[in-house]
Ligand binder design. Structure first.
Ligand code: PLP
Length: 472
């Protein structure tokens, strides 16, 4: 089977073709001359002439113009890879994809090590029926797919700053889950430390343990305020130039490009497990659309994909856009699949860039579907009775979309991404399936008995600054 035609998703913006941009390319190459010459440059989606090298794109995370970084040219895996991809291991696929994206800046041996130490768990494909599959992405330390991106990013950041004399300090404000994934990802990564700010009394007991009981290079600050106060403190720290330079601050932001690339690994890994010749429809429970964007990167690499379905809860800005062509971001509404409660998806501009800004092209490859909490709760019960499988509220939204897609398009084969372990959502799961359905994985259960260690702090920046300076 020939790979999908990469030209169908390529975009002239990603090719360096005109002489003018070649000159500015050369200029930034020269100004970026350090220990080695970066071959791939990254531009902001808001301003193609704002160009940086890999280190800046990854450590800075966000361009100053509030766009998102994209590589000037998107890689395609060669015919050799697509000849043998079905026989490769998850690691080998990871190495090939990482090499395709970062191989001109990071030596192969370092990339292999980054992949090997990030991918320490599998992403199994569970088959309900020959046309109905679930890709379990929750086997990492914090039980959600975000472990893939966060762990790879942590190790790539550590490598990019390996020669620096100062440690890299990652500052994160969290309302719960993201902080846990980032903290766990950086745990024991040499040359790095993490400072997490979380609002006192506003995260669940288990979430608090995920933030405060890790020890090592992870420090938790329990802020006597709201999540917004935590975020404001982090923002002020980045704006404080002296502090930011002295502590070598970075944000490990969730739209960091280094978090997307490792998410492309499991699309290829899952598709290769289908019978030869079957092109999957990937159904992706979505919030900020990082996961779906990673699927588009996999397709650009050459992966044969029939279609993508963007599955959302009532926060349906993207399904609405795909239906109508008009994009209307708005405040999010709370749902039981709360990791997808996003009203202004941060990766939407990347998706647009990947389709050259064309709504027609995007909707020919992606369809949107959204579901209510009542439908999601019913789906959790149905999946249990039909397949004896416990699916979390996010995966359940995906399962509903997959079923609807197969009904509308007989003969298609769906792979639904199951983004989190159900044990992370005990209230919903117990309400729908009862206590006996709740098996808590050991890596979560162990945390419950660990000691919470957190530094209590107020919400004024001066105190926070003093604490940082005195501590590091
Ligand atoms: C973050 C998250 C999502 C949404 O993923 P995006 O990449 O933001 O679309 C879905 N499910 C779970 C469990 C998550 O944690």
């Amino acid at each position: 089977m020939p790979p999908a035609d990469p030209a169908s998703v390529s975009n002239s913006k990603f090719q360096i073709s005109n002489p003018k941009s070649q000159i500015s390319n050369l200029k930034s190459l020269i100004s970026n001359l350090k220990s080695q010459i970066p071959v791939v440059l990254y531009h902001s989606t808001h301003n193609p002439t704002h160009r940086v090298d890999l280190k800046e794109a990854i450590l800075r995370s966000l361009p100053p113009d509030n766009g998102l970084y994209m590589p000037d040219s998107l890689p395609v895996l060669d015919a050799d890879f697509w000849k043998s991809w079905r026989d490769l291991s998850f690691h080998e696929i990871g190495c090939a994809v990482a090499q395709a994206f970062f191989g001109s800046d990071v030596p192969t041996a370092a990339l292999r090590d980054i992949v090997a130490t990030s991918l320490t768990f599998d992403a199994p494909l569970v088959t309900f029926a020959p046309d109905d599959h679930i890709l379990e992405l929750f086997h990492g330390p914090t039980l959600a797919f975000k472990d893939f991106g966060a762990r790879f990013m942590a190790r790539l950041m550590a490598w990019l700053t390996r020669g620096d004399d100062r440690q890299l300090t990652v500052l994160v404000a969290t309302s719960g889950d993201t902080g846990g994934a980032v903290a766990s990802a950086f745990l024991n990564v040499p040359g790095t430390r993490v400072v997490i700010l979380y609002p006192q009394g506003k995260v669940s007991g288990l979430q608090e343990k995920q933030l405060t009981a890790l020890g090592g290079n992870i420090t938790a600050l329990e802020i006597n305020g709201s999540f917004d106060d935590c975020q404001a403190l982090v923002k002020s720290a980045f704006l404080d130039r002296e502090l930011s330079e002295n502590l070598n601050l970075t944000s490990a932001n969730s739209i960091n490009l280094a978090r997307l690339v490792p998410q492309a690994f499991y699309y290829i890994h899952a598709a290769r497990q289908l019978p030869q010749g079957v092109k999957p429809v990937f159904v992706v429970p979505s919030g900020n659309f990082g996961n779906l964007t990673a699927g588009l990167l996999a397709m650009h690499l050459g992966l044969p994909v029939a279609h993508f379905v963007a599955a959302t809860n009532r926060n349906d800005v993207v399904p609405e856009f795909l239906r109508t062509g008009s994009y209307a971001p708005r405040p999010s509404v709370p749902t039981i699949s709360n990791a997808m409660d996003v009203g202004a998806p941060s990766n939407f501009v990347r998706m647009q860039a990947l389709f050259g800004g064309s709504w027609e092209r995007m909707k020919s490859m992606i369809s949107g579907m959204s579901f209510t909490d009542e439908q999601t709760r019913a789906a959790i019960r149905e999946v249990k009775s039909l397949h004896d499988y416990v699916i979390d509220p996010h995966g359940a939204v995906g399962w509903l979309a997959a079923r609807q897609w197969r009904a509308l398009h007989p003969g298609s084969t769906t792979i639904t991404l199951e983004t989190a372990h159900p044990a992370k959502f005990p209230d919903v799961m117990v309400a729908e399936l009862g206590q006996q359905a709740m098996a808590v994985p050991e890596r979560l259960a162990i945390l419950a008995n660990r000691e919470k260690v957190a530094v209590p702090l107020g919400i004024d920046f001066a105190t926070f600054r003093d604490w940082l300076v005195a501590t590091f």
